[in-house]
Design a protein around this ligand. Structure first.
Ligand code: ATP
Ligand code: MG
Length: 229
């Protein structure tokens, strides 16, 4: 059964695309033969270009498609259904507009990257309210807040999980501000190929394991029950 992870966040530049592409490569690495597709609903096409650049450089088999070309996501469901994949990671534009709302509704797991600054935190709340609506409508799906671009050397970075604790489930893994995660995009790589076993790769591996567990729970129809226990 095909599963969908949507990465949503109103705030621009918080790391949605970076997270989507590195997770896609990590899932493919961990599950040889799994058809992992990055679906890019952002008119900037950053994820699509990243992945297709990697395909030209012989990367590990993740592919990419463009979706929601109409910009409001009206056909998003049909486009997602048409993708031949075991796992689709859907990268969204920096806005909580129609396409993001639909992406949340159609996802098995919604990821919400949030940065540590006050502006990031203010802007992040809109995405959480979308997630709450989507998970209220379908109690088997879940969302996960992912601390993103975190500097552990700052108090704001270290304390983000506590600050966000009322927002819902927060990933145990924070994604640090790590140059390798950005540099990997140049050649179209995932961090698993670009800097294997680096601290950046270890974070992506740990986050992928958390997300994989949520996907398993969703497949079993028990996401929120399991999280609550
Ligand atoms: N964890 C990270 N460490 C270092 N740099 C990062 C990290 N995540 C993202 N970046 C960098 O921050 C910038 C924005 O990242 P990205 O494009 O992934 O964000 P986004 O949320 O998808 O942005 P947009 O809202 O414009 O789509 C890029 O230059 C990217 O390389
Ligand atoms: Mg992006």
């Amino acid at each position: 059964m095909k599963q969908i992870i949507s990465v949503i966040q109103q705030k621009g530049g918080v790391g949605k695309t970076t997270l989507a592409v590195h997770l896609a490569h990590e899932f493919r690495l961990q599950n040889p033969g799994m058809r992992v597709v990055v679906a890019d609903a952002d008119p900037q096409q950053s994820a699509y270009k990243w992945v297709t650049r990697g395909n030209a450089n012989g990367s590990n088999g993740v592919t990419a498609v463009l979706v929601a070309a109409d910009g409001d996501g009206k056909t998003l469901r049909q486009e997602l259904e048409a993708i031949q994949a075991d796992l689709v990671i859907l990268d969204l534009p920096p806005a909580i507009e129609s396409v993001s709302l639909r992406a949340a509704l159609y996802a098995d797991v919604i990821l919400v990257p949030v940065g540590a600054s006050a502006l990031d935190i203010e802007a992040g709340q809109a995405a959480i309210s979308v997630c709450r609506d989507a998970t209220t409508m379908d109690k088997t799906k879940t969302y996960l807040i992912v601390p993103s671009k975190i500097r552990q050397s700052t108090a704001a970075g270290r304390e983000l999980s506590t600050v966000l604790s009322s927002w819902g489930p927060i990933a145990k893994t924070s994604i640090g501000l790590r140059v390798a995660l950005a540099d990997a995009a140049t050649g179209g790589h995932g961090i698993c190929d670009f800097a294997p076993n680096s601290p950046a790769h270890q974070e992506i591996t740990a986050l992928a394991a958390e997300v994989a567990e949520l996907l398993r729970r969703k497949a079993n129809g028990s996401a929120q029950t399991a999280i609550a226990s």
